[in-house]
Ligand binder design. Structure first.
Ligand SMILES: Nc1nc2c(c(=O)[nH]1)N[C@H]1C(S)=C(S)[C@@H](COP(=O)(O)OP(=O)(O)OC[C@H]3O[C@@H](n4cnc5c(N)ncnc54)[C@H](O)[C@@H]3O)O[C@H]1N2
Ligand code: MOO
Length: 395
């Protein structure tokens, strides 16, 4: 019996917990790191009311049609103003502190000069062109939460609060194991019965792109002894282990048997296509995901399951991949009992079309596509009906 896609996602998410310690890092070096504390603003941004325009600050109540105002002070950004003399205005520039007694700014284009005295053409609105204290961030506001992944925008935000150092989680140490007698490493000479190992380098790249640290990328031949020995090395040094291949039902598929010897298997076989024989286990306390060896099965199961497991173990709040509802540009009457992730592209008519090659062994097809069209188990595909499209950039 295959486990439903959503159930497997939920089970893997709930089984996982943060496996890394905390450390302090400079904000400027924190992009991609996972925040390990809530950030509460200790100041307001901006810290005081300030001008949004170059112009004149005054009290809106002092305005009269045709009145020429005395300019009683000049306030540039960064200067501390005097209280505004009653009935006058202040020359003011963008970002400068609004003086006490002023409640509006008129942009200079809306003033005409009578000698050195401005006359304001229209009645100014109270609070016009004033950016109030705390417009962006209010003191006491929680702006980021533990589990958020730091982006360049966050670096700007934290700096705007005067913060130079933050507490983040140490990078997650990930071990990768590839399996298979047929595999050789790129760079070695090829023979007819061998293929190059693509899943090892692809998984390493996916893990690194997600901000984790690949500390071992091992390979085991199709033997229980080699598989067990490699897994023991990974168990002793890694926070999480991923493997590729050897999880199906053939006599040469040894991973699952070794897992049963070394730990506890939680689930095996999920109703998805590609990626059915995914296996989830815990080995001496270390979470383990065995991804099927067909390269597109490896990719799909990494995107949906490994990425989720790694993020929770790294302390990150799980982020659901962003979907867009997109109309299919094709029909398919045949139904499949598994949730399917077709590799598709969005054509100029705005509809999704499948790549001609949907074999789970084909990786170029994924490279030539833009994302997945998620077809739920037992559903037909009807042209013009909408389905969830997940761009690869969502993962
Ligand atoms: N009798 C059955 N056979 C298979 C079933 C089944 O239900 N009954 N399921 C099929 C499905 S679905 C998948 S997916 C695969 C998964 O098999 P494994 O995870 O055991 O993977 P392998 O047999 O080791 O390899 C499958 C395929 O992928 C190639 N491969 C493996 N590792 C790599 C790598 N690192 N780089 C590039 N290519 C790799 C390997 O050469 C095989 O061609 O099982 C089906 N069989
Ligand atoms: O699940 Mo397999 O990935 O259908 O080929």
């Amino acid at each position: 019996m295959l486990m439903a896609f959503e159930d497997a996602l939920q089970e893997i998410k709930l089984s996982a917990s943060c496996r890394v310690e905390k450390q302090k890092v400079p904000v400027v070096n924190s992009v991609g790191r996972i925040l390990a504390e809530d950030i509460v603003a200790t100041i307001s941004v901006p810290p005081s009311d300030n001008s949004a325009m170059d112009g004149y600050a005054l009290s809106a109540g002092d305005w009269q049609e045709g009145k020429a105002f005395v300019v009683s002070q000049r306030i540039a950004a960064g200067q501390t103003p005097e209280p505004l003399e009653a009935g006058t205005c202040a020359r003011i520039f963008t970002g400068a502190h609004i003086p006490e007694g002023a409640d509006t700014v008129v942009m200079q284009e809306n003033a005409r000069l009578d000698g050195e005295k401005p006359i304001f053409v229209q009645r100014p609105m109270e609070q016009g062109n004033i950016r109030p204290k705390g417009q962006d961030i209010k003191e006491g506001q929680t702006v980021l939460r533990s589990g958020d992944k730091i982006t360049p925008m966050h670096v700007g935000l934290l700096s705007s609060l005067g913060i130079t150092e933050i507490c983040v989680f140490e990078p997650l140490k990930v071990g990768i194991l590839t399996t298979g007698d047929e595999l050789i490493t790129a760079g070695e000479p090829l023979s007819v019965d061998k293929i190059y190992n693509s899943n090892g380098p692809m998984l390493s790249a996916l893990v690194a792109q997600a901000g984790h640290q690949v500390i071992h990328c091992l390979h085991a031949k199709d033997s229980p002894e080699e598989t067990e020995s490699a897994l023991k090395t990974l168990i002793s040094s890694c926070d999480v282990i991923l493997s590729s291949g050897g999880v199906s039902v053939g006599e040469e598929d040894h991973v699952k048997g070794v897992l049963e010897k070394l730990g506890t298997v939680h689930l095996w076989k999920i109703a998805i296509k590609p990626g059915k024989p995914l296996v989830h286990a815990t080995l001496e306390g270390v979470p383990f995901l065995g991804l099927p060896g067909n390269p597109s099965s490896t990719l799909v199961t990494y995107h949906w399951f490994a990425r989720l497991l790694l993020s929770v173990c790294a302390g990150q709040t799980p982020v659901i991949p962003q979907a867009f509802m997109v109309q299919a540009g094709f029909d398919r009457q045949k139904v499949i009992k598994r949730d399917e992730f077709l590799r598709v592209s969005i054509e100029r008519d705005g509809r999704a079309y499948p790549h001609a090659q949907q074999s789970s062994g084909a990786l170029l097809a994924a490279c030539e596509s833009q994302g997945y069209l998620h077809i739920k188990a037992n559903a037909v595909i009807e042209s013009g009906h909408s389905y969830a499209f997940y761009p690869f950039t969502s993962f």
